[in-house]
Design a protein around this ligand. Structure first.
Ligand SMILES: [Zn+2]
Ligand SMILES: [Zn+2]
Length: 339
């Protein structure tokens, strides 16, 4: 099959690799839609300890089921499915709590853990073999192009659940990329009174249909102390600092952008948090099956992911797709490969 391959850190190619055979408990997917995200750049750079090169990346994808490993009986061949990327071992203390995104056996596939596209092969390929636990059957009116957003929507909805969003609240979202704009739409779907997206450039312009207001990051001080809930998916220390400053006293701040190491938060007056009585929370990934609930909202038309899928390429044109995404050409938000 054709696949994107990272033969070693900082190198990629589109090449032939063997079609995976689904082992016990796994499902073979014929991938139809697979997207690139900023995290793939970190994988390519070798920044994830669990990645073993050569590596087939890809963690935002959907397709249909073409093979079932031993013991898989709950899913019919041909089912259209979206993929959630974190699969826990199922038996460690965090997995037992449902927090399989924090599995204590991370990076140990032999103990049942998989981080698809990170520690095990992913879906920037014609076929992918994934554990059954990663698979979400798509609602009838959700196609695989939309289904490729399964994981992203879960990440966004989880951040809002971490932040205990209540109907009628004022929400500010930092980051006008894919996750930020999913978060803004889901906040509205959950009844937020007013959603403001903070970002910059062409991508911020793209946020307009999905928010009640947009704000350039240069002008963010005008929002200081106004938000009941702030969600940060910008991934910079500056955005995190501003997110904390944007919460009203007694409000909540969810930091979700800086998933890699090396971004340090400084310059925050701790009294802003202490006397501000803030809840400052970290959020990573999408445990507790939240992606399945997010898909239900997608099926109801409460989230538009088609407008966020700004570019489409055949898998063979991965190099061009990669450049388009990395350089944010034409305000690229998500670039989709169709293997
Ligand atoms: Zn991603
Ligand atoms: Zn576990």
């Amino acid at each position: 099959m054709r696949a994107v391959l990272f033969p070693k850190p900082n190198e990629f190619e589109v090449t032939d690799v063997d079609v995976p055979r689904p082992p016990r408990g796994h499902v073979l997917i014929r991938v139809q839609a697979s997207m690139i995200c900023a995290t793939d750049a970190k994988v390519l750079a070798g920044k994830f300890a669990g990645t073993k090169f050569p590596h087939v990346p890809g963690h935002e994808f959907a397709g249909h089921v073409v093979g079932l490993g031993e013991g898989v009986t709950s899913l019919p061949l041909g089912a259209h499915v979206g993929i959630e990327v974190h699969v826990g071992c199922g038996s460690c203390d965090r997995c037992r709590e449902g927090l399989y995104n924090l599995c204590l056996n991370y990076g140990h596939p032999e103990r049942g853990h998989a981080h698809i596209g990170f520690t095990v092969p992913g879906g920037l390929a014609e076929y992918a073999s994934v554990p059954l636990a990663a698979v979400h059957p798509l609602p009838a009116n959700v196609n695989t192009r939309e289904g490729a957003w399964t994981d992203n929507l879960g990440v966004s909805l989880w951040a809002l659940e971490r932040g205990r969003l209540k109907a009628g609240e004022r929400v500010v979202v930092f980051g006008s990329g894919a996750i930020g704009l999913c978060t803004a739409q889901l906040a509205r779907a959950l009844g937020a009174a007013c959603v403001t997206v903070v970002g910059r450039g062409a991508r911020l312009e793209r946020a307009k249909p999905f928010a009640d207001a947009i704000a350039d990051e240069k002008d963010v001080s005008t929002l200081a102390g106004t938000a009941d809930l702030v969600v940060e998916f910008a991934g910079t220390a500056e955005a995190a600092r501003e997110a904390i400053a944007t919460a009203r006293r007694g409000g909540r701040v969810v930091l979700g952008g800086s998933t890699g190491t090396g971004v340090e938060l400084s310059g925050v007056d701790l009294s802003t948090i202490v006397r501000g009585h803030l809840d400052v929370l970290g959020s990573v990934a999408n445990p507790m099956g939240v992606s399945g609930r997010a898909l239900a909202l997608l099926a109801r038309g409460l989230v538009d992911v088609r407008a966020l899928t700004t570019h489409h390429f055949a898998l063979e044109r991965f190099a061009e797709a990669w450049q388009t995404f990395r350089e944010r050409r034409e305000g690229a938000i998500r670039v989709m490969l169709e293997p």
